[in-house]
Design a protein around this ligand. Structure first.
Ligand code: FAD
Length: 480
């Protein structure tokens, strides 16, 4: 009756649906598949892969307390997964394999192939709902289709939460020790450079660290979340995205913590908690979109007519954006935050994404890929959703004529330039007014009074480029 527990992006022992089910069914052996070739194909960031491995090492320790050995196997590409899994199942004479559902097209295909191969051996593949509060396909319109509009999707989610909250799964009791020795968890993966120590320190591994972060957010910041969350210099958001993406904390744990701080309410009461639960529902929404409209995970626009947009092939502009050298301080500070920490504040993700796709008129897919290659919290559904929202090519996206002006955004959300000064020390000496647009009124000059002369001139005129984007979208609507 030996059970296999396949850990993927669910690197925790508490509130883990598949682990609890496996241990309930019989003695359990856990394993993780190293797939560096597949990860590269998915543009997974080195910081994210490193985060997985650091969490895996912590997970192995937690599993030891439950007497569950963690084995490590390698399948460079997921096409090799069925073979590797069958070998493992035969070697251990397992009767069932448990895993928590993952939702990308490749993940789904991998699981189907593994399930079919195991079936031939008489080994059952049991999948469990864990990454989401609601199973994709269970929140549908009256006509049985996936929602395209967030507020309608959220309405149904709220109804469901009112009738039954997804319960937390109890931590399994330790099983009797098995005669199987755990493997050593690798500290790096082939082809992935380890990130800096500073980056690692910013994202400590392990579910204990994740739970502390969640608790601290709930104790100190959730009350003001609705107001503070737009100001990148303030610690106004939870910074839990990397932990949610790797499954070190679950959405159920997040939901229950928020509700505990709001007398069990998610639609009324404390506005901060209500707004935060809304963000958890956005996370659900984009994953449901990924499943319901799989073209979005195949580099295609949700709105097919936007494929005709005349994206510019502008390698130098793209590179300036990627390296934080656009001459627009908020954009450059945000991109440097991404490069150094593997994370970027949500408001800034929207601002830099809109700048790339509207002011520079560069294809959203370039930005999506670059983000994925650098984000420690890179998540196909949320990243794609965020990019297509910003580029006005997606479901329920921002109307094309609402284009953020990055200088106004800077004045509004970083009024004293605190965030800009942190990431662009070369501008630290500028006044609170000048720091948002150092070259304003100095057209054609390449040096700045009181700042580093190296800071570049803006690579694009904001007003003219806004008009260019509006024209491109207008032509699209008149052509369709
Ligand atoms: P909080 O504000 O504390 O929110 C709590 C959690 O809710 C987050 O951790 C996240 O899991 C979820 N969440 C919040 N906002 C969103 C959202 N708009 N869409 C989906 N889920 C959300 N989020 C990712 O997790 N991975 C990505 O790869 C990603 N790429 C993005 C790309 C773009 C262009 C944009 C505009 C947004 C992207 N987001 C992504 C969403 C959002 O920016 C991050 O989830 C958020 O900044 C993470 O910080 P936090 O944990 O402090 O969030």
């Amino acid at each position: 009756m030996l059970q296999l527990m396949w850990f993927r992006t669910d690197l925790r022992v508490t509130d883990n649906s598949a682990l609890a089910a496996a241990m309930q069914a019989g003695p359990t052996v856990a394993f993780f598949l190293m797939s560096p070739g597949q990860w590269r194909q998915h543009d997974d960031a080195p910081s994210k892969v490193d985060f997985w491995l650091r969490n895996l090492a912590e997970l192995s320790k937690q599993l030891q307390r439950l007497n569950v050995p963690l084995l490590i196997r390698e399948a460079d590409s997921w096409s090799q997964a069925p073979k590797v899994m069958c070998q493992l199942a035969e070697e251990l004479q397992a009767t069932a394999l448990h895993a928590n559902e993952e939702y990308g097209v490749h993940e789904t295909r991998r699981d189907q192939q593994v399930a079919a191969a195991l079936d031939d051996l008489g080994v059952a593949f049991r999948s469990h709902l864990d990454r989401l509060l609601f199973k994709p396909g269970s929140v549908l319109t009256r006509t049985g289709t996936y929602f395209k509009v967030y507020s309608q999707f959220r309405g149904i989610c709220y109804q469901r939460l009112h009738s039954a909250l997804p319960p937390l799964v109890a931590l399994p009791k330790a099983q009797a020790a098995l005669d199987i020795v755990a493997d050593k968890v690798p500290t790096c993966a082939t082809g992935f450079e380890p990130p800096s120590q500073a980056l690692r320190d910013a994202w400590p591994a392990g579910e204990q660290a994740a739970r502390e972060r969640l608790q601290r957010f709930a104790d100190e910041w959730i009350e003001d979340y609705h107001e503070a969350r737009d100001f990148p210099a303030r610690p106004g958001t939870s910074q839990l995205s990397a932990y949610l993406a790797a499954g070190v904390v679950s959405p159920r744990q997040c939901l229950h913590t928020a509700l505990n701080h709001n007398q069990g309410e998610f639609e009324s009461g404390n506005q901060g908690a209500v707004t935060w639960v809304n963000e958890l529902i956005w996370r659900e929404f984009y994953t449901h979109i990924l499943v319901g409209y799989p073209r979005v995970s195949m580099h295609r626009a949700f709105r097919p007519e936007t494929e005709a947009l005349p994206w510019r092939n502008a390698a130098e502009d793209l590179q300036a954006w990627q390296e934080g050298r656009t001459g627009i301080p908020l954009i450059d500070a945000a991109m440097r935050q991404l490069l150094e920490t593997g994370w970027m504040h949500n408001r800034l993700r929207m601002v830099v994404a809109m700048f790339l796709t509207k002011n520079l008129l560069i294809d959203w897919r370039e930005g999506e890929r670059f983000f994925m290659r650098h984000l420690i919290d890179g998540d196909l559904a949320a990243n794609n959703g965020g990019w297509q929202w910003s580029a006005s090519t997606g479901t329920d996206s921002v109307p094309y004529f609402r284009i953020f002006n990055p200088v106004s955004q800077s004045q509004r959300f970083d009024p004293n330039g605190r965030f800009i000064r942190q990431w662009l020390p070369e501008l630290a000496a500028l006044s609170d007014k000048a720091i948002h647009d150092p070259h304003a009124g100095r057209k054609g000059q390449s040096s700045l009074f009181g700042a580093s002369p190296d800071y570049p001139l803006p690579i694009v005129d904001l007003r003219a480029s806004r008009q260019r984007a509006l024209d491109a979208f207008k032509n699209l609507s008149s052509a369709s």
